[in-house]
Structure formats: C-alpha cells, structure tokens
Ligand binder design. Structure first.
Ligand code: 13P
Length: 261
C-alpha cells in the first residue's frame, strides 16, 4: 500500500492558459492547509499552459505533469514535444499511454514503453495508464490485457527506478461523458491483478507503486474507491476541473485514506 494519497487531474484538451492559471491558483489556495506529507496532488494541463502553470504553483504543493512526450530527445518529429523541453519548463510527471493516446491516436505498448524509459532516464515520474476496452472486458481478457500493458510498458524498467513509476488503471469503458464508473469491487479486483503482476516483476518493491483508479470518478464514488486496499489514489477528469469540486473530493477522501493506514 502506498504511503501517501495520490490525487490528480488531467485536463485533456480543455482549459486555456488563463483558465489553467485560475484553476491552479484556486486549487492551491483551497488546499493550502492539507499537509503534503500525506497527499501528492498533481495537475496535468495542456502543453501551452505548462510554463505559466509552473509559475503559479507554490513549491511542490502541486506537481505538474505533461499529457504526452516524445521518446526521443530531439529530431525530425514534427508536432512532438521533447523531454528536454518538458525539463526546461520544470515538469515533474509525464503521463504515458492515456486511453485517448492509445485509442484515438493509435499508440501501442511498444511506444508507451519507449516513452516510459525516456521519462525515467530524464528524471521524471512516469505515470503509465492502462486499461481494457469494453470489448476486451466482454471477451473476458481484461486481466491478460492489463498484464500485457504492464509487462511491455515497464519492460527494461529496473527496480531502482520503480519509485518514480505510478500506474493509473483507467478502464476505457469507464472514461468520459459516455463512460460508466467501475464498481469499487471491480476496480479493486483489477488493481489486485496489477499489484500481483508488479510483484511478479519486482517482488516486494511492487508494494510501494501507487495504483490510481480513473474513469468517471465523482463526488459520489470517490470515497468508496479509496477505501479499497489496492486503490492508492484517483486520477480524475471532469469532476476535478472545477477547483472547488476537486477540493471537495480531496477533503472527502482524506479521512478514508487515513483510516486505511
Ligand atoms: P473522467 O473522470 O472524465 O472519466 O476522465 C478520466 C480520465 O481520463 C483521467 O485521465
């Protein structure tokens, strides 16, 4: 079980620079009293907002992430963003393999693996997102899919780099306006598969990798998810994009997290 509560949001292709700045200022004020020894709070805005975002975050109270990254440092990769550029801005987390990257933009596990290795090589925390589609769930191969995504995604990641890895389990069918949130029992079952796969790969070190659930997390289901043994955090889209609502969720889940420890 991870020692801290991990909560973050990916703002996808929403929020302009100005909106991101306002959101971060408000979130920072709203959560200023929450001790960061027990909470890792992160926000992953659009690329264009990263530099200004970095400027308004106080210290490490909110970690800043990028939604994607190229696996090469530089080169003829029109439209891509290099790890060096993200480092220059001061990004701490790189999100890799979000469902929309995989299923809208066709990224595969081998690509995610290259990005994970590059992110770690540059000192970032790699947030690897995995999850089965509705069809894969229907076929009964969700566990196999998760194990494959993990084993390829983390291929070549040595145990000493594991403290800079986070895994987000985001079932594709649960994400977004047309998604249905996973029940806490289902989410816990899949988080257990993920934990067991990590144990197979890394032994005891697997216990400390934060496993976050994402996919239609909202004010009604956040607490019951966090109560589960293998759910160490939440990765939230829509319900987090209003700073006050995001804060309400964080404050709701903190007591449930503390109870587990
Ligand atoms: P929603 O919470 O809007 O379903 O999005 C989840 C997500 O994709 C976070 O990365």
């Amino acid at each position: 079980m991870a020692e801290k509560l991990y909560i973050g949001t990916n703002t996808k292709m929403y929020k302009t620079i100005a909106e991101t700045v306002r959101f971060l200022e408000k979130l920072g004020q709203n959560t200023a009293d929450i001790p960061r020894q027990e909470l890792v709070l992160f926000v992953i805005p659009s690329f264009t907002a990263l530099e200004r975002a970095k400027g308004v975050i106080k210290g490490e109270s909110i970690l800043l992430g990028a939604q994607n990254m190229c696996w090469e440092d530089q080169g003829q990769f029109t439209g891509e963003v290099s790890p060096l550029m993200l480092k220059e801005v001061g990004v701490q987390i790189v999100e890799i393999g979000h469902s929309e990257r995989r299923h809208v933009f066709g990224e595969d596990d081998e690509t995610e693996n290259k990005k994970v290795l590059t992110a770690l090589r540059h000192g970032f925390t790699a947030l690897l997102c995995i999850g089965e589609t509705a069809q894969q769930k229907e076929y009964g191969i969700a566990d196999e899919v998760l194990r494959t995504q993990l084993k390829i995604g983390l291929h070549g990641v040595t145990e000493n780099l594991l403290p800079r890895c986070m895994i987000a389990y985001e079932p594709v069918w649960a994400i977004g306006a047309s998604g249905t949130p996973a029940s806490r029992e289902y989410a816990e079952e899949k988080h257990t598969v993920i934990r067991d796969t990590l144990k197979e790969l890394y032994g005891g070190a697997a216990a400390m990798v934060p496993l976050l659930y994402g996919g239609s997390v909202n004010n009604a289901n956040a607490v019951e998810l966090i109560e589960m043994n293998n759910i160490d955090g939440l990765f939230i889209g829509r319900s987090a994009w209003d700073a006050d609502n995001f804060t309400a969720i964080i404050r709701d889940v903190l007591p449930a997290f503390r109870q587990k420890h």
